[in-house]
Design a protein around this ligand. Sequence first.
Ligand code: ADP
Length: 323
Amino acid sequence: MKKIGVFTSGGDAPGMNACIRAVVRTARFHEVEVCGILRGYAGMLQGDFIPMDSSSVSNIIQRGGTILKSARCEAFKTKAGRAKAAEELKSEGVEGIVAIGGDGTFTGAKFLAQEHGFSIVGAPGTIDNDLYGTDYTIGYDTAVNTVVEAVDKIRDTADAHDRLFFVEVMGRDAGFIALRSGIGVGAEAILVPETETYIDQLIDKLQRGWERQKSSSIIIVAEGDDAGGAYAVAEKVKAKFDYYDTRVTVLGHLQRGGSPSAADRVLASQMGSEAVKALLAGRKNEMVGIINRKVTFTPFEQAIKHHQKINQELLNLAEVLSL
Ligand code: ADP
C-alpha cells in the first residue's frame, strides 16, 4: 500500500487530532504517503485533499476539535455520491483509508468499501462511548472530565443557596457520560435513557434528602432520558415537590471541546497507529478497539448493529452511593 487517506467525520470529539497525528506518523514510519481528506465525506466527494507529512501534525496532540474539520454529508448516503467520492480517491491514488468517527461514519465506510473495494479501518471517535467493540471511544474521557469540572462549580453555588440543580449532559441514546460523570460528582440521582425514570421515586429520594437537611442536590439528566431533558424533568418534579429553589443548566456543546485528557491522547494515539498497521497488514472494513487493554478489531457490520451496553454495576453503585 503506497498511499492512505485519513478523515474525521460526524460529531467531533477531543482526541481526534491525536489520532490523526498517530495515523500520519505511523504511516510515514512505514514510508506510506498520507492524504488528508478535509470535512469528512463532504470533502471526499469534492476531492478536497491535502498531502500530510510528519510536520503537518506537529503541535496538535493537545488540541480539541479536528484540524481536518468534520461535516455531515447527505449526498454520501446516495450511491451516486459515493461513486463520485470513489472517483476522487482513485484519481488521488488512495488505496487504504482510516475513518475517524462514529456509527454514521462507519455505515458510510462500509458502503464505500463494499461498492468500490477500498480497504478501510475505523477508529472510534465520539464523546458518547456508545460504540460496540471497544471499552472506550476517543473523546469520552475528556467529555466526562469536562462535565465533572462544570458540575463541581455548580455544586458550590447550589450549596451556597440551598438549591436543587438539574444538569443536562449529552447523550441522546446513551447514558455513558451521565453515569460516569454523575458518579464522579456524587450526584443525588442520574437519569439515563437505558433505564426507565420514575418521577415519584426521584421525589421520594429528594424528600429524604430534604429531611436530612441536605443543603443542595444535583440531578444529572442525559438529554435523551425517557422522562425528557433537564427542563422537562425539573417541571415534573417541581409540580409535586417544591421545597428547594430549583435551577436547570444545560451543558451543551462545551462537552465537545477542550484539550483532550491524557487518557484520550494515549487512546487516540494507540488507535490511530493500530489502524494504519492493520491496513498495512491487509485488514479491512473493521473498527479498531481496545478491550481489557488488548487491541481488537470488530467488523463495521457488527460495530454498527450492536450497541455498547451500559454498565449495570456502575448503575447499582450510583444508586447505593446516593441513598
Ligand atoms: P457519527 O459518525 O458521529 O455517528 P453521523 O451519524 O452524522 O455521525 O454520520 C456522519 C456521516 O456519515 C453522515 O453525514 C453521512 O455522510 C455518513 N453516513 C451516515 N449514515 C450513512 C448511511 N446510512 N449511508 C451512507 N453514509 C452515511
